[in-house]
Design a binder for this molecule. Structure first.
Ligand code: FE2
Length: 460
């Protein structure tokens, strides 16, 4: 680390000085929240919408982040993004999703109009303005950088930021192998959580919580499956477990994940797995598990292909790429691969102690399948029984954690299992310190990783 970098980091209030300790005030201090608003959010790539939300020319959505609002619109030449403000006197043009193909965006104040390419197409009573006020360079909508990946449009307010894929890093290759750009929405939920946005994300950045938060999954984890050992009040393990029991436990586990997420392991995949309960099983327990997963991957791939889904060869992709159950992309986007289906999360700050959390269930749909694409998330209270069981369990800890942080100095992290939390916090500090673009890009490549990552050297 150079002296300049060290000095810039030192000037960041509440910064992480020990990678294993996260100061609690970072989750509620209004000044820290303000620093994030000023120095983080304007400089990062943000998942702004799924491209399925805007399939036709003229379709648009409004993406908002804190006080900023962006129109993401499918124009004739592709997807574009613009600051959501009429070039006359600044009125917001889009409010939620819609289609502008017929009339364009019409400002409700004085009737100025703009097309999907952001061009100003109509000024009412043009002759009452001086020429200087109406030159096209100034009356057209102001573009925001917009790039596509994984079936999503991403925006960035910073014209100096490196391209999206350069920021995302190696994670792109292993997710592309899983056909992320072909995934389609199964459902989409949203909820307001009474917690800081970072705290909400961190409930999904480690698997250490599974034992206590998701006991139904822990109960189905085959003995020896976890390196962590049993809970203090767990019953003693069954004396004997046969290789067939192990196969059944693994099927039960995957089914429980699928039920608990209402996706991730999709019900079509669970149906395929159910048929493997009587498969031939080797005598050695470890070999039995390996044989089961090999068969499961093969059969789910075959089933998808037979149904006409844009499948990838799951076994081959898993053999050639790192696999992580939860993949995090800085600053606020997640994809959760399992077999072929995935879940996905996006978390946005609202205030220092509230955030908006969205979940998608995504599937590789058979070509030509008729289905309805949600145009907006179904919004539920965070404690709604209509949420799938697993997010319900995760959400249940968050409000009491947010409260607890006010009586608390700093989190103490496991350097082996909770490293992702530390890694991305230190990257936030890099943004708050205004470090140079290349240093931040390299750090982001390191931070973007699967959950249970160890604490890593992010270069500063
Ligand atoms: Fe969880």
């Amino acid at each position: 680390m150079t002296d300049t970098v060290a000095r810039a980091l030192d000037a960041v209030p509440l910064r992480v000085t020990d990678p294993e300790k996260i100061p609690a005030e970072r989750y509620y201090d209004p000044q820290f929240f303000e620093l994030e608003r000023k120095h983080l959010w304007p400089r990062v790539w943000q998942m702004a919408c799924r491209l399925e939300e805007i399939p036709e020319v003229g379709d648009y959505v409004e993406y908002s982040i804190l006080d900023k609002s962006v129109i993401v619109v499918r124009g004739k030449g592709g997807v574009r993004a613009f600051h959501n403000a009429c070039s006359h006197r600044g009125v917001r043009l889009a409010n939620g999703p819609g289609n502008c193909a017929k009339k364009g965006f019409v400002c409700p104040f004085h009737g100025w109009r703009f097309n999907a390419e952001g061009e100003c197409t109509f000024v009412f009573g043009k002759h009452i303005f001086s020429e200087a006020m109406l030159n096209a360079a100034e009356t057209d909508l102001v573009p925001v950088r917009c790039e596509e990946w994984a079936g999503c449009a991403f925006i960035n307010f910073d014209n100096e930021a490196p391209p999206l894929l350069d920021c995302l890093g190696p994670i792109v290759t292993r997710l592309n192998a899983r056909h992320v750009d072909r995934l389609k929405m199964d459902w989409w939920f949203g909820t307001l959580l009474p917690t800081n946005w970072k705290l909400a994300m961190e409930a999904f950045q480690e698997g250490y919580h599974v034992m206590r938060t998701h006991p139904q999954l822990e109960a189905l984890s085959p003995p020896g499956f976890s390196r962590l050992g049993p809970d203090a009040d767990a019953p003693p393990p069954a004396e004997t477990i046969t290789p067939r029991d192990l196969v059944n436990l693994n099927i039960d586990f995957l089914k429980s994940v699928g039920d608990g997420m209402a996706g991730m392991v999709h019900h079509t995949e669970v149906a395929v797995l159910e048929k493997l309960r009587d498969m031939d099983v080797p005598d050695d327990p470890q070999a039995a598990i390996m044989a089961f997963y090999a068969r499961a991957q093969e059969e789910v791939t075959k089933d998808g292909l037979a149904r006409g889904a844009p499948m990838f060869d799951i076994a081959k992709v898993n053999a050639e790429n790192e696999f992580h159950d939860v993949e995090f992309m800085f600053p606020h986007f997640f994809l959760l691969p399992s077999l072929a289906a995935m879940s996905s999360y996006r978390i946005r700050p609202l205030t220092a102690e509230t955030c908006f959390f969205e979940i998608w269930s995504l599937v590789l749909r058979p070509e030509g399948e008729v289905y309805e694409t949600p145009s907006e998330p179904t919004i539920l209270p965070y404690d709604s029984r209509d949420f799938p069981e697993i997010p319900q369990q995760d959400y249940s800890n968050l409000p009491i954690q947010q409260l607890g942080l006010h009586n608390f100095k700093h989190m103490r992290l496991s350097h082996e299992w909770e490293g992702l939390i530390s890694n991305y916090h230190r990257l936030v500090d890099g943004f708050l310190a205004g470090l140079d673009r290349e240093t931040l890009r390299k750090a982001e490549n390191t931070v973007n990783s699967g959950y249970n990552s160890p604490i890593r050297d992010i270069g500063f």
